[in-house]
Design a protein around this ligand. Structure first.
Ligand code: FES
Ligand code: FES
Length: 174
């Protein structure tokens, strides 16, 4: 059978090499070509090895997996890759500056010794970053509005750390 020769004057439509879901994570572009229903948490932890976010519950309630998605706090266990198509996501690994300087919230966590076992703390930090983005001078009630669970009870330390970070950020903006 003779081989069909494509018409050289026909328009050429570029095809993607492999279709998938595009996401920007900590400023880097990635394409997920697997199951669109894969939870974001497993993509971050198992595919990209960004293991700061943790799996802490099976009902989307603890907040250990908290990340920022398009500027809003989100729970990576409750979002599928399909949900985050074309989103910009920040994880705790993306908070420090390019020179390695810690984010004021991370530094405040160290200065206030906020970390006990540590399991929940990446999520707590992301929740604090989100809160300070919305409320630069949070009240105790604002801080109490963070629903992330700490099974070690580090809440008083977290409160102090958030207040310290708020002062640092405010001092920088003067
Ligand atoms: S693991 Fe996501 S909210 Fe608990
Ligand atoms: S520091 Fe242990 S669960 Fe929060």
């Amino acid at each position: 059978m003779p081989q069909r020769i494509p018409n050289p004057s026909a328009p050429i439509t570029p095809q993607p090499i492999r279709s998938g879901i595009d996401v920007a994570i900590n400023g880097q572009h990635f394409r997920h070509t697997g199951d669109p229903d894969l939870p974001l948490l497993w993509y971050l932890r198992d595919v990209l090895r960004l293991t700061g976010c943790k799996y802490g519950c099976d009902d989307h309630s603890c907040g250990a997996c908290s990340v920022i998605v398009n500027g809003k706090l989100g729970r990576a266990c409750a979002l599928t890759m399909h949900d985050v198509a074309n989103a910009a996501i920040t994880t705790v690994e993306g908070l420090a500056g390019p020179d390695g300087k810690l984010h004021p919230v991370q530094q405040a966590w160290i200065d206030e010794d906020a970390i006990l076992c540590g399991y929940c703390q990446a999520g707590q930090i992301m929740a604090a970053v989100d809160l300070l983005g919305r409320k630069p001078q949070p009240t105790d009630a604002d801080i109490d509005g963070i629903t992330n669970l700490c099974r070690c009870g580090s809440y008083p330390r977290i409160r102090r750390a958030i207040k310290r970070a708020a002062k640092t950020v405010q001092g920088r903006s003067r």
